[in-house]
Design a protein around this ligand. Structure first.
Ligand code: KG4
Ligand code: ZN
Length: 353
């Protein structure tokens, strides 16, 4: 039997309708996407996302067991809703796609085991997707021309900060990233330190930073800014914030806002500098960013200025597609066609690029 990948690359299968599932952290999401060609935009017919986030507020972070239990309850209704909104029956689908890692093992299992069962019951090919590729290929969900290769991709999320060079959808190499905390993790931990804010802290840091009218000179460290490498480190920045937040000088709301302001600028400075270094080293045709932190307005603005300077097409997903969602998993499934045997697919919580 020729695989779906072979049929696709031989041009026998063109339009594909994919039901995609994403359950790697606290979200339960299902989407129906339609892909035509890797050179054309991918359309989203439905993208249902529910989150158990409010159940984790008291604990200050996602509790894996609680997240998985909620996903277990939500997964079937969410899939049904995605199919209903797309006005499509299972028989009309060309494939089922699922994120099999990285993420929380219990959460991933809910999505993966459901996708395997549906693939077998409905006799549809199963496409396994690396969640991180989902963030990159979310950029094919666009109203304009999609990106071209070679492309520099950057994923900036709560768990990852990675730079990856793509010469094609399936041929890519990790070229740099953080050696400790991810940028989103730094936002989250510092938001807790500065403002006692619950997860996710990034939007709260951003909101408080925006209220600062007298912009301070940079006072927090920008780790590894000038070392010329593509490596990053955010744990020292977190320690600097920890020390300052304990000092009486940072007890007023105004001074906390200054800390939030410079933290946001420090993280964005490092991300921008490393992207610039990667552009100069690898000469991509376009720049693709994705992940929860890409919702950050300062980052988006500064990225646009940088891309203009280098005359480089810049792609970042719509705000609704920056966080975890199944539409991006469907897009990545279409782009990579990683056809697997449903009886053999296992979750991979530590999956990397
Ligand atoms: O991609 P994502 O939804 O989940 C992971 O795969 O990790 O990213 C979540 C991360 C959190 O760390 C959250 O604080 C951060 O994205 N985030 C932001 C903003 N919105 C979400 N960080 C900075 N500014 C934002 N506006
Ligand atoms: Zn993610």
């Amino acid at each position: 039997m020729r695989s779906i990948k072979t049929l696709y690359f031989q041009g026998i299968i063109q339009i594909m309708k994919i039901l995609a599932i994403e359950t790697s952290c606290d979200e339960t999401s299902a989407a129906v996407v339609v892909g035509e060609s890797i050179h054309a935009p991918i359309f989203v017919l439905s993208n249902v996302i529910i989150s158990s986030l409010e159940l984790h507020i008291k604990t200050g972070g996602v509790v894996p067991e609680v997240a998985a239990r909620e996903q277990q309850i939500a997964i079937i209704p969410v899939i049904k809703e995605a199919l209903a909104k797309a006005n499509i029956s299972p028989a009309e689908l060309d494939a089922i796609a699922v994120a099999y890692g990285p993420g929380l093992v219990g959460s991933l299992l809910v999505g993966v085991e459901t996708a395997k069962a549906m693939s077998l019951a409905w006799k549809k090919p199963l496409l396994a997707v690396n969640h991180l590729l989902g963030h990159v290929f979310s950029n094919w969900i666009t109203k304009n021309n999609p990106p071209t290769f070679p492309a520099l991709g950057m994923v900036v999320s709560g768990g990852h900060t990675d730079l990856v060079m793509f010469s094609s959808p399936t041929n890519y190499a990790w070229i740099g990233g953080t050696r400790d905390d991810a940028a989103g993790e730094c936002f989250d931990k510092c938001a807790r330190l500065i403002l006692n804010a619950p997860y996710p802290g990034g939007p709260i840091i951003s909101r408080e930073a925006r209220l600062v009218s007298n912009h301070p000179k940079p006072f927090l460290p920008r780790p590894m800014l000038h070392d010329g490498t593509l490596e990053m480190s955010f744990s020292g920045l977190k320690t600097a914030v920890l020390n300052l937040s304990k000092s009486p000088n940072y007890s007023s709301l105004n001074s906390k806002r200054l800390l939030a302001f410079d933290l946001e600028r420090a993280i964005v400075d490092v991300l921008l500098k490393k992207i610039t270094t990667a552009l100069l080293l690898h000469n991509p045709m376009c720049l693709l960013v994705g992940g929860g932190v890409v919702a950050n307005e300062v980052f988006r603005e500064k990225l646009s200025i940088l891309a203009n300077e280098y005359n480089l097409p810049l792609f970042y997903p719509d705000l609704s597609l920056c966080g975890d969602n199944a539409a991006m998993i469907g897009a990545a499934a279409f782009m990579t066609h990683n056809h697997v045997n449903p009886l053999e697919l296992v979750v991979n919580p530590g999956l990397a690029f």
